[in-house]
Design a protein around this ligand. Structure first.
Ligand code: TMP
Length: 212
């Protein structure tokens, strides 16, 4: 008999909400409880496309705005065969950013509609759960300075937050808002509860297609 599939779990949120830390903690906790789990992140800077994106984010190169948007999307699509293989093997994937960051960040630029920004990612594997780590700009500011990469300014992050709020109105996606102002351990507990629930449900239903 085929094994039960893993769940596709995504963490999104503004800068310094703790996504990367929480992804690591979740993968570790799932593994320790005997559930196969692996971490992924987008952009995946290790591929050829990912290296183009990385140079752009580090401001070592310039790319036209539509072009870089499509590269971010291509970077997800190139990983889809590997993602599907893992999920079919019963591995739960915990993903740090996904198409929602793609749509939120580009649509925060002038002249980009949210609708256009979602299009290249239509049909990607649909997450079973998307957790949005919510942190107010004031609380984020208490966690230190922004980094030096592109997009790491207060004004742009505020615009991105507003776009995420629009994306979260879409009932076709299983969004859960997590209060990221709590302690690391408390946030981890909240995330684990939602994740275990999503893993149990995903076992019995086929993987969906995003925004389709
Ligand atoms: P990170 O590697 O620190 O998560 O940063 C990646 C940056 O790229 C972050 O500013 C968000 C942005 N981004 C996009 O603009 N589009 C995308 O599709 C993704 C995944 C990230």
């Amino acid at each position: 008999m085929a094994c039960k599939r893993g769940a596709l779990i995504v963490l999104e949120g503004v800068d310094r909400a703790g996504k990367t830390t929480q992804c690591k903690m979740l993968v570790q906790a799932l593994q320790q409880s005997g559930r196969p789990a692996e971490a992924m992140r987008f952009p995946d800077r290790t591929t050829t496309i990912g290296q183009l994106i990385s140079a752009y984010l580090e401001k070592k190169s310039e790319l036209e705005d539509h072009t870089v948007h499509l590269l971010f999307s291509a970077n997800r699509w190139e990983l889809v065969p590997a993602m599907k293989r893992k999920l079919e093997q019963g591995v739960t994937l915990v993903v740090d950013r996904y198409a929602f960051s793609g749509a939120a960040f580009t649509s925060a630029k002038p002249g980009f509609s949210l609708d256009w920004c979602t299009k290249p990612d239509v049909g990607l594997p649909k997450p079973d759960l998307v957790m949005f780590l919510q942190l107010s700009p004031a609380e984020a500011a208490l966690r230190g300075q922004f980094g030096n990469e592109r997009y790491e300014t207060r004004a742009f992050q505020n615009a991105v937050q507003q776009k995420f709020e629009l994306l979260m109105k879409d009932p076709s996606v299983n969004w859960q808002v997590i209060d990221a102002s709590k302690s690391v351990e408390e946030v981890h507990r909240d995330i684990t509860v939602h994740s275990l629930n999503a893993i149990n449900i995903a076992e019995n239903i086929p993987l969906g297609q995003l925004w389709k």
